[in-house]
Ligand binder design. Structure first.
Ligand code: FES
Length: 290
């Protein structure tokens, strides 16, 4: 997530007004979800980031009501919550569209056509950076590099990738979104609305049918992290020779770690990496056949 000085400035300049309450039924439901989130952390204040996604999933942006709810649940001041909510651009401070269309205009995407795509969408949609179409469907914005430079120029809709875009394909994409036609991201999970995305970012599962299968699952490194968080001992990082030669044996008591060939996530590059384990050092690079 990146910071937005303009959002920080707007927020810090706002007078402090009393926040309205959630309706009782909404608050009760959010409290149940909040307790589930808080239980994941040894220190409740660590739950603030997913909590902000939770309240964003309720109203489509982080309201003063949402920030006060987070403060109440986490025993923080509203100033502490506001400081975090206004620091990260993934938290919206004003109502926005169902689909956040982010055009990467960082260096590589910009020179590969990102700037042209952004200009084309501005003209096509009649909105500027951070603005939403009159039908409430699309919010257009510049985004920074999302580490998908090999697929430049990249457009993201609610943080799902649309690779190798052109002004024409981007115009077609937003037209489909506004017309309610199904669009397929290049990679990752099926597209959902901004509110649904916020709920997943709060740590709740994507319960749509087929969504998990379509996402490609987590890659090997993420699975190692998951096992470590459970107190399990993953296998040593294994170098997988390209010629299919012998692999290291797992340590006694360790769990099986799928090789890249066994389990490639949707974001994994299909190539091996060298080990950083001193017990299994990567050898010097040699000419093939040496
Ligand atoms: S510059 Fe656009 S994804 Fe890296």
């Amino acid at each position: 997530m990146t910071t937005s000085s303009s959002e920080r400035g707007i927020s810090l300049g706002m007078p402090e007004l009393p926040a309205p309450d959630y309706p009782d039924d909404v608050r009760a439901r959010l409290e149940r979800d909040a307790h589930e989130i808080i239980e994941r952390y040894p220190d409740s204040r660590s739950a603030l980031l997913p909590m902000l996604h939770l309240v964003q999933s309720e109203e489509g942006h982080v309201t003063r009501t949402g920030m006060r709810f987070c403060a109440d649940m986490l025993d923080l001041t509203t100033a502490e919550v506001t400081a975090v909510a206004t620091f990260y651009t993934m938290y919206r401070r004003r109502p926005s569209g169902d689909y956040q269309v982010g055009v990467c205009t960082n260096t590589l995407c910009a020179v590969m056509g990102g700037d042209a795509i952004f200009s084309a969408l501005q003209e096509h949609l009649g909105v500027g950076n951070g603005e939403t179409t009159d039908d409430g469907k699309v919010t257009l914005e510049h985004i920074e590099c999302n580490a998908a430079c090999d697929f430049a120029p990249v457009v993201m809709v609610n943080w799902e990738f649309f690779d190798n875009q052109t002004p024409e394909s981007a115009r077609s994409l937003v037209d489909d979104l506004r017309a309610g036609r199904q669009v397929e991201p290049t990679r990752g999970a099926p597209l959902c609305t901004f509110k649904e995305t916020a709920r997943m970012l709060a740590g709740f599962a994507d319960e749509r049918e087929g969504a998990v299968d379509a996402s490609g699952g987590a890659g090997p490194a993420s699975l190692v992290g998951l096992r470590l968080s459970r107190g399990e001992t993953p296998t040593a990082r294994v170098v997988h020779p390209r010629d299919g030669g012998p692999h290291d044996e797992p340590r006694p008591g360790s769990v099986h770690e799928p090789s890249p060939a066994e389990h490639l996530g949707s974001h994994d590059a299909p190539q091996d990496t060298s080990a950083s384990d001193p017990a299994h050092p990567a050898g010097p690079v040699t000419e093939e056949g040496e």
